[in-house]
Design a protein around this ligand. Sequence first.
Ligand SMILES: NC(=O)c1ccc[n+]([C@@H]2O[C@H](COP(=O)([O-])OP(=O)(O)OC[C@H]3O[C@@H](n4cnc5c(N)ncnc54)[C@H](O)[C@@H]3O)[C@@H](O)[C@H]2O)c1
Length: 324
Amino acid sequence: MIRVGVIGYGTIGQIHCRALQSVSGCELAVVADVDAGARARAQEDYGVDVVSDVEEMLQTTDVDLVDICVPTYLHEQVMVKAMEGNKHIFCEKPLARSLEEGRRLVDLSSNYAQKIGIGHVVRFTPAYVGIRQSVEGGEIGQAGVVRTFRGGSQFPVGWQDWFADVDLSGGVILDLAIHDLDFCRWLFGDVKRVYAKTSRKRTEAHLEHAMIVLRFKSGVIAHIEGSWTNLEGQFYTTIEIAGKNGLISYDSRETNPITIRTVPEQNVHVGAVAVDPYVLELQDMVQAILEDRPPLVSVADAFGTLQVALAALDSARTGQVIEL
Ligand SMILES: NC(=O)c1ccc[n+]([C@@H]2O[C@H](COP(=O)([O-])OP(=O)(O)OC[C@H]3O[C@@H](n4cnc5c(N)ncnc54)[C@H](O)[C@@H]3O)[C@@H](O)[C@H]2O)c1
């Protein structure tokens, strides 16, 4: 039985703890959080041991897997501590807040004996996995153009309002749009050029919306939109991929969310399986440990996505096109 210690019992830490209840081969052993209220909630919710931080966890509790759910700007330092403790590690996306931190993690992980997986959860979301299979199976022919949207929800509420400080969170690009940057990289490979615009600093309101244009080395072009602007709105995601022989579109608000239109004219509506992707990503991590194989998303792979997201942030800040 893999003993899991979750670090950070905020929004995503709570989701992981719930998901872990459905992951076979592991048990939630301990939760760490610097906030006493969060520790009390974790203890009440799961009856587990609670500690303040990763150091105390490593000193006091026998865990096999450290699951890092702290704010983005702390990922690197907590991951380094967990590596010093020689633990298996699962870390939420994004890999880190900066290129330097990301590079350090790539270097340290290259000779690391234990497993490390990064939580790019869209790679475990059944509808998106199905879309990837359709594209790779040639259903729409060679892909050329992609359009994605993710958001519609309000500005996220976090510990000490860390999302509002772009130096800590990277804003909507590094926190939200990165999901689609990662999915597109997974499908279409390396990115060549990035151009981005964001509403940050262009409005007085606590609202952020970003538009990113990508050119892939394969020639595919993509338009990625991420939004924290709709105060009461429902969170939803969409993706459209146009290929030589057809179009795949997905809208998470629909009952049968995937539509495939091919030439000659044929419309197919497909339902998506409702399996919790957080259970699937954590199950993959636990299986990777048990089977002694790499988890789906490595540190180096997540670093590739981080580079694209940080290039988009640079482009939004400078107004320049960034070549990768
Ligand atoms: N994959 C997804 O769908 C998804 C969704 C939400 C958040 N995230 C990612 O998860 C991370 C956390 O986001 P969140 O929304 O849960 O933030 P949050 O602010 O809701 O929670 C962070 C928690 O970490 C605790 N914390 C802070 N410093 C700590 C430390 N040194 N040691 C232990 N605990 C500490 C805080 O008290 C808080 O409870 C971010 O990197 C974010 O990008 C991913």
